[in-house]
Write a protein that binds this ligand. Sequence first.
Ligand code: GTP
Ligand code: SPV
Ligand code: MN
Length: 621
Amino acid sequence: MRTSGVVLPPTPDPLAEARDAVMRQPVVNRELVQWVETVARLTQPAIVHWCTGTEEEAERICELMLRDGTLQKLDALLHPDSYYARSNVDDVSTVQDRTFICSLSEDDAGPSNNWMDPVFMRDLVSRQYNGCMQGRVMYVVPYLLGPPGSPAARVGVQVTDSPYVVANLRIMTRIGRVALEQLSDQTGFVKGIHSVGTLDPEQRFICHFPEEELILSVNTNYGSNALLSKKCHALRIASVQARREGWLAEHMMIVCVTSPDGVRTFMAGAFPSSCGKTNLAMLLPPDADLEAGWKVEVIGDDIAWMHFGEDGRLYAVNPEAGFFGVVPGTSRECNPTEMKTLESNAIFTNVAMTEERSVWWEGLDGDAPEFCADWTGQRWSPGCGRPAAHPDSRFTVPATNCPTLSAEWSNPSGVPISAIIFGGRRSTTMPLIYEAFNWQHGTYIGATLTSEKVADVAGTVGQLRFDPMAMLPFCGYHMADYWQHWLDMGRRVGATMPRVYHVNWFRKDWGDRFLWPGFRENMRVLKWIVDRVRGRGDADKTAIGMIPRPQSLSLSDFGWTKEFMYELLAVKTDEWYKEVDRREEFLSRFSAKLPQELLDENEALRKRIQNAHLRSRYAEH
Ligand code: GTP
Ligand code: SPV
Ligand code: MN
């Protein structure tokens, strides 16, 4: 019996091979075998390849892609074991308008999701799948989300005709044997089918069937449209499971902050896409803090699954095993740890490639190359008027590449979370940091999280968008039910919820410059949070929440003026009046199911701002 392999000629009966391959796996799950057979009958591949996750398998798959030009090898000295890839020019980001929640009831998807009838959608996508893998390989990729042996871990199986997806999934999750080992004949698993198809953006569909725990994706080969383990499974499907089972599946990074006395504080942080999770997770403390013994370590950079422990606290695991991070803006100056993480074993997609087979992007340290090939393959030179790297170009690297990866990252029990941090890009209104009064207030702060749009291809910069808990594109069910679930979690008997914070690294001065240096200096904010959760740290009670006194952030060593610190931490009532009105309008879009508590919080905030305004007027006279 020959082993399955991508370089071998087509077998006459791919299904027989699938059956044989799965019989050689440690556990046989009949449902899995039958499902794979059904998919193969529909898509008609020449070969069915069950991924085992070995080095040799990865090498063979990459070899195949080097030959057909999907991948290019980067210079072995500059970027050991790293590859360069380009996606189709109209397949470059996740696409909200092609993403569907196909729950049985439209009301379960809610106003912030695109809903489609599950029977209609399954039929439509199945027609796209019909014979779509003829003459090619169908890869079956069992993957594990979460640390092996963890009660929080879940299995998914993605069937795909894209070797590029297999190579990325292998970095992003634990694939092959380790996943099948967690799968007995009784355990359920999330099913995902993906085909590159024609890449026609008009026929692109990313569909989620929460009741069936099924994901269908077609005519795309980029990012989490195609790597179904990430947003489709670990957030959209998992958020539905989490609600049903009493846990949280969140778009959050996870870090461990160790203070000089050796105490570890675990924090989770939800920032909308491209707003700083990876950078905060890989934060290198300023030299003075390093010398004093402070340490920040990564547990996750994008997704957190949080379950109650026996002590009533929330314990987080990172379901992923790699980072799929934003490239532009990454530099040694801003984030040396992130740059070290990228040194080897990386796949870069949609950045620019230089003559010496190195990569380049906007924001990288040093000068731009005289010329290079841009993300579309065209000749590029500085000043030509186009970016060389696509604004959402990304890298894929194994988590173990990161020099500051915490030993706790694969702890099956997860880590106890003391603080949840929300933050978006706000040029006004939001102070550097504030603390919620309690869980309900924190839930309200998360539910009304906003961010200004960054420069993208559509070119609508600066527009303010609500992105509740950074989950707007990723919540697999009705947003108001999701807020209710957050409130219910806090009311569970014996629950000790984390404290909740809101940060803003992006407040600007009159000259449109960032007030705050950000990056390594964000450590000052993390240290204040550590102080607060340990019952210390000075704070003033304001209308919006608890705000640090400037001295408790030790800002004076910046040599900044009082006025400057005021700009950074001020709560300006005129700005907050507008904010409260915007929030009311946003919350009311979820009217029928909206928890009353959130409206109450908004009204209470309005009153506190009015009172603060009156007090300040009174003080003036
Ligand atoms: P997703 O992977 O899309 O979920 O994004 P993310 O939240 O992990 O964002 P990431 O850390 O990759 O940051 C995205 C962009 O924000 C990059 O261009 C960074 O340079 C920029 N950024 C991150 N942290 C800071 C900061 O503290 N200050 C400033 N000014 N920019 C920052
Ligand atoms: C995000 O957009 O939040 C990402 C990138 O992390 S992707 O996984 O493609 O959605
Ligand atoms: Mn993300």
